[in-house]
Design a protein around this ligand. Structure first.
Ligand code: GDP
Length: 424
C-alpha cells in the first residue's frame, strides 16, 4: 500500500493541482485534508481547463475515489456550485467518486459575512483574506460551534443545534459589527438549497479509508496552500487557519493510522505570494511586471495579481524541512526561459548579518534578500520531455536548487498540460 502526500513548499500556488492531476494515475484514492475553497488549483487536461477550490484534483480520473476529509472547511454552497460547474463540463461527480466525511464541519453562512466584516473593520491593517469565511470557520470549529456534515442525517436535531448557534452568533453580528441578524427562515433556505444537495455524498469516510488500506489501495493526500501558510509553522499571522503540512494529513483525512511513504513537495521555479504579509524576495517594477505576465500570475480564486520574486532558497529549504519532503516537483521552469540571467535569493540579511536560516516571523519585515544571478538557458524548453534534452544551464539551475534545499528534484514541469513533464 502506497500512502503519499502532495504539499506546497512555499506560499501556495506552486502548481499542486497540476501535479495531483498527473500523479492520480498511480493512486486509487485522493483525499483533501485541510483548508477550504479559499484557494484555487488550476488543472488543464483532456477534459478542459478547471479551477478547483474544494474538490480533490483526482475528480478527473475515472475509477479514482475522492474524499473531503474531516479537516476541511466544508462550505455546502460553494462546493455545490463547484460540483455543478465541473459536471456541466462533462466530468461526472457522484457518490461513487466523491465522498464527504460525516465528521467534516460545515462552513456556515455567517462565516463569510464575519470574514468580510472583520476585514472592513481592520481597514488598512487587513490580512488580505479571500473572504471565504475560513478564519471564522476554524475559530468556531475549535470553539465547537459548528455543525458536522453527518448531522444532516438528523434534520430535527440539526435545526435545533443550528438555532442555538445562530442565537449566539447573532449577538456578535449585531452587537460587535452592527450587522443584520440571521433568521431560521434564512438558514432553512440554505439547508434546502445547498445542504440537501451535498447530503447524498456524506458518509463514514474513516471506515471507507480503513477498508481501503486493508485492500491494499494507494492513497494520495492533497494539501492546499504551502508550508509558509501553515498555522503553526508559517509566517504567522499571515498564515491560513489550518495546517498545510503533510504531518496533518493523517488527522485531517480520517485515517489517523496513516504512515506516509512519500511527501512530494511542489516548488515553483520562482516565487509568488498572494495577499499581505512579509515576502522577503519580492521584486518590483518592470522586472516584476514581466515575470508576472510571463507566468500568468493572477489568483485562481480572486484574480488578484500575485506578488512575484526569484526562487527563495532560504524559505524553500525551510519549507522542505517543515513538510519533511522526500522529493520535489519543480514547476513552471518554462516560464524562466525569457531570462538571460536568472536571479536567485540565496540568503537573507537579518540584523546586519547574512544567514541561510528562515527567521522568526516578526523578523521577516527587516530581512533583506541576497540576490545572486545564474545563467539562463534562453530557449523554449516547453517541448522537452527528457532530462538529457534540457539545456545545460537549465540542468544546472535544477541542481543548484536541489543542493541548496537538500531534497531530490524528481519531476520538472515545463507546461501546464498533463504531459508537459520531465521525470528524473
Ligand atoms: P496550485 O494552487 O498549487 O495548484 O497552483 P495554481 O493552480 O494556483 O497555480 C499554478 C498555475 O500554473 C496554474 O495556472 C497552472 O495551470 C500553471 N502551471 C502549473 N505548472 C506549470 C508549468 O510547469 N508551466 C506553466 N507554464 N504553467 C504551469
Amino acid at each position: 500500500m502506497k500512502c503519499a502526500a502532495i504539499v506546497g513548499i512555499n506560499w501556495g500556488d506552486e502548481g499542486k493541482g497540476r501535479m495531483v492531476d498527473l500523479l492520480t494515475e498511480q493512486y486509487d484514492i485522493v483525499v483533501r485534508y485541510q483548508g477550504g475553497g479559499n484557494a484555487g488549483h488550476t488543472v488543464i487536461n483532456d477534459k478542459g481547463k478547471f479551477a478547483l477550490h474544494l474538490l480533490p484534483s483526482g475528480i478527473f480520473r475515472e475509477g479514482v475515489v475522492n474524499i473531503l476529509g474531516n479537516g476541511v472547511a466544508l462550505d455546502p454552497e460553494n462546493l455545490w456550485k463547484e460540483m455543478s460547474e465541473v459536471t456541466a463540463k462533462g466530468v461526472p461527480v457522484t457518490p461513487d467518486n466523491l465522498k464527504i466525511s460525516d465528521r467534516a464541519s460545515l462552513l456556515l453562512p455567517w462565516h463569510r459575512d464575519l470574514d468580510e466584516l472583520e476585514e472592513k473593520r481592520l481597514a488598512d491593517k487587513k490580512f488580505g483574506s479571500t473572504k471565504q469565511g475560513i478564519a471564522p470557520f476554524y475559530s468556531d470549529k475549535y470553539q465547537k460551534k459548528t455543525i458536522l456534515a453527518g448531522e444532516l442525517f438528523f434534520p430535527d436535531k440539526m435545526k435545533s443545534h443550528l438555532k442555538d448557534l445562530m442565537e449566539w452568533k447573532n449577538l456578535i453580528l449585531t452587537g460587535v459589527y452592527g450587522a443584520e441578524p440571521y433568521t431560521m427562515e434564512k438558514l432553512e433556505q440554505w439547508i434546502d438549497e445547498f445542504c440537501a444537495k451535498i447530503r447524498p455524498f456524506v458518509c463514514d469516510t474513516g471506515s471507507f479509508l480503513k477498508e481501503a488500506v486493508k485492500e491494499g489501495k494507494s492513497i494520495l493526500f492533497e494539501a492546499q496552500l504551502g508550508s509558509l501558510r501553515d498555522l503553526d509553522y508559517g509566517i504567522y499571522p499571515y498564515t491560513t487557519s489550518s495546517n498545510t503540512t503533510a504531518a496533518y494529513a493523517p488527522i485531517g483525512s480520517g485515517l489517523p493510522s496513516a504512515r506516509l511513504s512519500d511527501v512530494i513537495g511542489v516548488v515553483k521555479a520562482y516565487s509568488t505570494c498572494v495577499g499581505e504579509g512579509p515576502f522577503v524576495c519580492e521584486m518590483f517594477g518592470e522586472e516584476a511586471d514581466k515575470l508576472r505576465e510571463e507566468g500568468f500570475e493572477y489568483g485562481a480564486k480572486t484574480g488578484r495579481p500575485r506578488r512575484v520574486g526569484p526562487i527563495d532558497l532560504v524559505a524553500t529549504r525551510y519549507g522542505v524541512e517543515v513538510q519533511a519532503a522526500t522529493k520535489i516537483a519543480l514547476t513552471k521552469m518554462d516560464i524562466l526561459s525569457y531570462l538571460d540571467k536568472i536571479p536567485v535569493c540565496t540568503r537573507y540579511i537579518v540584523d546586519g548579518e547574512e544567514t541561510d536560516r528562515f527567521p522568526f516571523p516578526m523578523q521577516l519585515d527587516e530581512a533583506r534578500p541576497v540576490i545572486e544571478y545564474v545563467d539562463g538557458w534562453h530557449c523554449d524548453i516547453s517541448g522537452v520531455r527528457k532530462w538529457e534534452d534540457l539545456p545545460k544551464a537549465a540542468q544546472d539551475y535544477v541542481c543548484l536548487i536541489e543542493k541548496a534545499i537538500g531534497c531530490p528534484v524528481a519531476y520538472i514541469s515545463v507546461g501546464a498540460e498533463r504531459e508537459s513533464i520531465i521525470y528524473r
